[in-house]
Design a protein around this ligand. Sequence first.
Ligand code: FDM
Ligand code: MG
Length: 217
Amino acid sequence: MSPRAPFIVIEGLDRSGKSTQCTTLINRLEAAGIPAKLLKFPDRTTTIGQMIDAYLKSQSELDDHLIHLLFSANRWELASTIERLLREGTVVVCDRYAFSGIAFSASKGLPFEWCRAPDVSLPAPDLTLFLDISPEAAMARGGYGEERYEKREMQESVRRIFVRLAEEMNGEGMGDSRSAWITVDASQTMDDVSEAMWAHVQPMIGGTHRPIGRLWA
Ligand code: FDM
Ligand code: MG
């Protein structure tokens, strides 16, 4: 049986350089002759994604629990596509995933375990690269945009929860999740960040015979 491709998630605060680095990573994979597909959550193109988009732009108001479940449902919409791509040998790079889901909703005061529950058993990334930057440094890059959550206090709380998730993902008792979490210093130059990311991705590009893991299952 031929190996499946790895599933790579990029997480980070707003203005951490996440989207740019995702594109650079895809280009590097393709230049190395590896088929690769970039996915982004929220995926604003689906019906659920359009509801999320309106909420983020403050064009609608939704209960905190409800929007959390929509973000999760938006991942489940793509779950089988992710698995198919990996089995076909296409590396999947995701700009945000379930970790953003927990970090942002828990920052609004929803219980951590409640936030995790709807994402349990989603395809687990083989590698999560967390682009870490302080909210001060992120703001110095030109400030935040107009969307909901792009505020200093929110970003500080989100970062604290990402750090908690990092400790947990690398700790004991992760069961079948088997997802390495690597923190990358995103305050470096763009080139240094992409080099640091590539150093972790490059060893995986040959694929793996390990079955696709399930998040927190
Ligand atoms: N976000 C993103 C969430 O609150 N929950 C989620 O599950 C995901 C995937 O949506 F503020 C938040 C994070 C961010 C906003 O993301 C839109 P982008 O990457 O800025 O488009
Ligand atoms: Mg944003």
